[in-house]
Every structure is written in structure tokens, then in C-alpha cells.
Design a protein around this ligand. Structure first.
Ligand SMILES: *Cc1c(COP(=O)(O)O)cnc(C)c1O
Length: 379
């Protein structure tokens, strides 16, 4: 973590009550337990504060991508079950067991690695089996899941806590792929019945599944981006009324008049057609604010939208405010609301030609996070 002065003009504001509100909304909508996905620094909102708040709010399960993320949570005193979603790397397996992290087992070979580590430590591993139903990322193909399930059921060194798969196209409400994936998954899960073994918790729904395909809820849902109040993509249906939990603000640090024809920023890619007023905002791609927003992004100032002009620099960018006025220290909203205006992470992503995930996850540690709500005093 870098040094953050209390007076830093740029900050990400995280409303913890919104996150727990979204958790309740999703849980009520899905009607099943929730595994809250907090990988990649909780989508940029802050791994430990977000997970701690979710635990206080009674979340059933947490999901991370890598064991390091799970270990960071355990060190911070998080005690709820944590599943590591990523494919395991054999040299790390013992770490999962030492820190009480649930393991994704995605092949019979990996099952043997986990068993070996468990036996060596004299400690059973808690495992979720991963079935590939159409993502071709990790997991045993659904049509060969039988022997895999049998090996897991027979193992003395593992406790089976779940079986899961991942949806590839659930952000598209019209895609036929999701129904096909669900059918393959259910067929694979039916193998437990055929061998007379209890079925562990089945889960497949990510945010898109929760939004568009209610039949994918099964025994647990795994929302990531939706928990933070952001939709996976522009074509998603807002069928679950979540609210954005993060906003990002900065402040004007410079004001000037730019004369007609005088180019602004690196490369001189933009120049005003008439004399105009331009303000400078102290955040750039060095903070993870996308350079793709050069002459394409918008910000809010005094409750109105204005365009970013010229290239976004590493630490600053410029905004054309036309004939309007602005003063140093005026608030600039990069994501969020100001007055009656609103700029969502989805809008920023669209302007940048990115997906909302990239925008959120890209915002790095140079930007301080400020937490509100969650029973914390003040801000
Ligand atoms: C990231 C991830 C999720 C959450 O995805 P969202 O689209 O953010 O809801 C769920 N499951 C797995 C396996 C993931 O990797």
C-alpha cells in the first residue's frame, strides 16, 4: 500500500451498506445461500474490508481466485468457508490445507495431489469438484465426470463440500449456451444418485446466471460483480434491483482557457474549435484509470457531464467545460452521482471499449479507498 495523505483529492468511496443490501437482494431473489466472490481485491473495492463486512452480514461462503487471497482473509480473521476457484498448482496445495481453504479439484490427477498433501499433513481437505460444461477453462468434461465423481466419493482424505461449473455466456439473456451447460451439469451431478452417494452442494450461477437464468440457482449462487451493484455488460437485464456500492471522485487542480486550435495533452490529438475552458483532474492510467478514455470518457462537474479531451496521461487528464465555470478544488465525479447526474461503471466501460469488470479491477492501490456504512463511525 502506498502512502495516502488524508487530503488526497482522488478517492474511491465504498458504501458497505450497499454491498450488504445487494447481498440481501440477491439472496431474496435467488432463495439459496450465497458464495460472495471477492477475488481481485473484491473487484477493486478492497478484499479485507469487503469480506469482513460480508462475514458480519452472515454471508454463507466466500470465493477467491488464488490461495494468496484466501490466506490474506484468514490472516485478517475471516472464519467463514472460503473456496479458491482457480486451478490448483501442486506446490501450493499444502497451503490450502494449512489455512483452511476449500480446494477446487478439476481432474483425477489433481484429486490425487490433494489426497497426497492431505495425507502428508494428516488433515482432510475440503473439496469442490469442478466440471467443465462449456467454458473449456478448468474442470473434467461433463461427459466424463462419472469416474471423477466416484474417485472423489471413495477418497478417505477429502470431504466433498460441493460440485460446480461455470457459465460462459450468461451475460447474454438470449444465449442458448446456458441451458445446454445447465443440462450437462445436472446430468453429471446425477451420477451421485446412480452410485448411491449424497449429492454435495451444486453451484453454477454467476451474476449473469442470477440475472437471466433463474433455473441455474441450484443449491448456491456465486455473485461477484452484481454484489457490488454493477451489471456484467451493457446487454444485461437489470432484473435484480442492486445498487452501485462504489463511486470514485477527484477534484479540479487546475483551470485555464485554451485558445482555439491549441492542442491538449500528449500527441496533440485534440484541439478546441473555439476558445474554451479546460480543467485538469489529478488521476490517470497510473491509477488504473483507462487511457482508452482519451477524448472518449466523460466526468461529472457541478451535476453536469463534460468530455475528457486529449490523451489521459499517467497521473492527470483534461476536461473541456466549454463556457461554464469551475474552480480549483471543485469535486469531479468519475463514477457515481452528482446532483441529478449519474455516471455508472458500465458507462465508463462502454466509453473505454472495456467491460465493467476491467474498469473496477484495474483501479489500483494508488487510489485510497474510503469506507462508509457497515456500522463504522464516520467515514
Ligand atoms: C469470477 C467468478 C464468479 C463471479 O463472476 P461474476 O460474473 O462477477 O458474478 C463466479 N464463479 C467463478 C468460478 C468465477 O471465477
Amino acid at each position: 500500500m502506498g502512502l495516502h495523505l488524508a487530503e488526497r483529492p482522488t478517492r474511491i468511496l465504498v458504501d458497505l451498506d450497499r454491498i450488504s443490501g445487494n447481498l440481501r437482494t440477491i439472496r431474496a431473489h435467488a432463495g439459496v445461500p450465497v458464495m460472495a466472490i471477492v477475488k481481485a481485491n473484491a473487484y477493486g473495492l478492497g478484499l479485507v474490508p469487503v469480506a469482513r463486512h460480508l462475514q458480519e452480514q452472515g454471508v454463507e461462503h466466500l470465493g477467491v481466485a488464488f490461495p494468496e487471497e484466501g490466506i490474506a482473509l484468514r490472516r485478517a480473521g475471516i472464519t467463514v468457508p472460503i473456496l479458491v476457484l482457480g486451478g490448483i498448482y501442486a506446490p501450493q496445495v499444502a497451503q490450502y490445507l494449512r489455512h483452511d481453504l476449500e480446494v477446487t479439484v478439476s481432474s483425477v490427477d489433481k484429486l490425487r495431489q490433494v489426497e497426497a498433501a492431505a495425507q502428508a499433513l494428516g488433515k482432510r481437505a475440503t473439496v469442490h469438484l469442478k466440471v467443465d460444461t462449456g467454458m473449456q477453462r478448468i474442470g473434467v468434461h461433463a461427459w466424463s465426470a462419472g469416474p471423477f465423481i466416484e474417485a472423489a466419493v471413495a477418497s478417505r482424505w477429502i470431504d466433498l463440500a460441493g460440485i460446480y461449473s461455470h457459465l460462459a455466456c450468461s451475460d447474454d439473456p438470449d444465449s442458448p449456451v446456458t441451458a445446454l451447460q445447465l443440462e450437462r451439469f445436472e446430468e453429471a451431478c446425477a451420477h451421485f444418485g446412480r452410485i448411491g452417494a449424497p449429492v454435495p452442494r451444486r453451484h453454477i450461477a454467476n451474476s449473469g446466471g442470477i440475472l437471466h437464468f433463474p433455473e441455474t440457482r441450484l443449491d448456491m449462487v456465486r455473485p461477484g460483480i452484481l454484489l457490488y451493484g454493477v451489471l456484467p455488460g451493457v446487454d444485461c437485464r437489470p432484473s435484480v434491483p442492486v445498487e452501485p456500492a462504489m463511486s470514485m471522485v477527484s477534484r479540479v487542480v487546475y483551470f485555464k482557457v485554451v485558445e482555439r486550435g491549441h492542442p491538449v495533452s500528449y500527441g496533440g490529438t485534440w484541439a478546441p474549435a473555439a476558445d474554451t475552458r479546460v480543467v485538469t483532474v489529478p488521476i490517470g492510467y497510473g491509477d488504473g484509470y483507462p487511457r482508452a478514455l482519451s477524448s472518449r470518457g466523460r466526468v461529472l462537474l457541478h451535476g453536469r457531464e463534460y468530455p475528457i479531451v486529449g490523451r489521459v496521461c499517467m497521473d492527470q487528464f483534461m476536461v473541456d467545460i466549454g463556457r461554464d465555470s469551475a474552480w480549483n478544488e471543485d469535486e469531479v465525479v468519475l463514477i457515481g452521482r452528482q446532483g441529478g447526474a449519474r455516471l455508472r461503471a458500465e458507462d465508463v466501460a462502454q466509453a473505454a471499449g472495456m467491460i465493467p469488470y476491467e474498469v473496477l479491477v484495474g483501479l489500483n492501490d494508488r487510489i485510497p479507498r474510503e469506507y462508509r456504512g457497515g456500522g463504522l463511525a464516520g467515514s
